[in-house]
Design a protein around this ligand. Structure first.
Ligand SMILES: Cc1cc2nc3c(=O)[nH]c(=O)nc-3n(C[C@H](O)[C@H](O)[C@H](O)COP(=O)(O)OP(=O)(O)OC[C@H]3O[C@@H](n4cnc5c(N)ncnc54)[C@H](O)[C@@H]3O)c2cc1C
Length: 363
């Protein structure tokens, strides 16, 4: 998108007949609050600004702005106080319990300790965003080809499985969880596998309009590094370890977002898988835990699960992202871990700068 926007001649090759990867399986949430302090947090803000600008240009609806952070425990409240005092919390504001519930009537006031409003986030509909941006890139002159699985890349050319050869001066391999298939052995060793996640879509009994904004709570505060790496997170982590070890063993934290059709997406769990792809199994026990954790702070009585799916992304032990020239003029690029929706355009800008395509890419 950014390269097409800057006037480069682009050919985009996608293996599937429609986008099916992590980008259509997530929450559509571009999250700033909670990203790791420093470079990742700064890049997430840059990326969020680019998302807004590109959504505007491409006619892509931004469905929600901001995020409500609901603390269910005194320990989470203490952590939020420390977060607000840090540079990462400067744009955020504390909410009274009444304000929190009026922002989000689905919140269970009976368990609420304190709440904070973060204005930093935005949300788009994940299943629409990639096809929409692909159409927009095509309008900008990019050649967008679906059903075009890439078998191999070499300097100056991409080889498709159908035997076709596509010539290109610069090649970026952005294969998501499939990155390892294109990595030389020493680089593959730095990509230890993927993380598998469970996601659920609910039809709440009460009007889903009552979840007007994305919401996170204690389990996310103990997991997202922008909160969890603050020294004041120790109390919350100890509390969760003592009271909710099952949530930790499944890597569960809860994000809840309202979709355009009124349904609610909740997730997720995190299970490391050793290979290049996640196993396809979705144990009901993990889904039940996700529902329990969400119901601990949202009124989900009578909510019906209407969809379940899993997703995967490359694990992050190798760093936050990868931009590696593996052959002259061939780069492997991708965000590692669960922040690629957020960092998307900020990361793309960096990757393009590394390939020399960055000149003229401005926001
Ligand atoms: C359940 C879930 C929840 C998430 N939650 C968040 C979140 O809250 N915040 C956040 O910021 N991020 C989140 N993420 C992470 C985010 O979705 C990913 O980091 C991001 O979408 C990765 O984008 P990508 O383009 O690299 O990968 P993908 O969207 O997976 O796209 C890769 C594409 O490459 C194609 N491809 C692969 N191999 C080939 C080949 N040989 N030839 C041609 N095409 C090929 C695939 O078909 C696929 O379409 C979540 C991810 C999941 C799965």
């Amino acid at each position: 998108m950014l390269a097409a926007r800057a006037g480069a001649r682009i050919v985009l090759l996608e293996a599937d007949s429609a986008p099916q990867g992590a980008s259509v399986r997530n929450f559509g949430l571009v999250t700033v609050s909670g990203q790791a302090r420093g470079e990742v947090w700064s890049l997430s803000r840059r990326s969020r600004d680019l998302w807004r600008q590109i959504a505007d240009e491409a006619g892509l609806a931004v469905l929600q702005s901001g995020m409500l952070i609901a603390a269910q425990s005194r320990e989470a409240g203490d952590l939020l106080e420390a977060f607000l005092a840090s540079e990462m919390g400067q744009a955020c504001t504390p909410l009274s319990l009444g304000q929190a519930v009026s922002h989000c009537p689905l919140l269970r006031r009976d368990v609420l300790e304190t709440a904070v409003w973060s204005p930093e986030e935005l949300r788009v509909e994940p299943r629409e965003v990639v096809p929409h941006l692909a159409r927009h890139a095509a309008r900008l002159g990019a050649v967008v080809r679906f059903d075009a699985p890439v078998a191999a890349v070499e300097s100056g050319a991409v080889h498709l499985f159908n035997g076709e050869r596509v010539r290109a001066g610069r090649i970026l391999v952005c294969a998501g969880a499939g990155l390892r298939n294109f990595a030389p052995p020493e680089l593959a060793a730095r990509l230890p596998g993927v993380t598998k996640l469970h996601m659920l879509r609910l039809r709440p009994r009460t009007d889903a309009g009552q979840l007007a904004v994305p919401v996170i709570s204690d389990l996310t505060l103990a997991r997202y590094p922008g909160f969890a790496e603050l020294p004041e997170a120790a109390g919350l982590k100890a509390r969760i370890a003592a009271r909710q070890p099952d949530m930790l063993s499944d890597g569960i934290h809860i994000i809840a977002v309202r979709c355009a059709d009124g349904s609610v997406i909740i997730g997720d769990s995190h299970h490391p898988c050793a290979g290049d792809s996640a196993d396809p199994f979705q144990p009901a026990e993990t889904d039940a835990r996700i529902l329990k954790a969400a119901g601990d702070f949202l009124d989900l009585d009578g909510a019906q699960v209407i969809e379940r799916w899993t997703g995967a992304y490359p694990r992050a032990e190798g760093g936050d992202w990868l931009i590696e020239e593996t052959q002259p003029g061939v780069w492997l690029a991708g965000v590692l871990g669960g922040k690629g929706m957020t960092l998307a355009f900020g990361f793309a800008e960096r990757a393009l700068a590394r390939t020399g395509l960055g000149a003229g890419v401005t926001a």
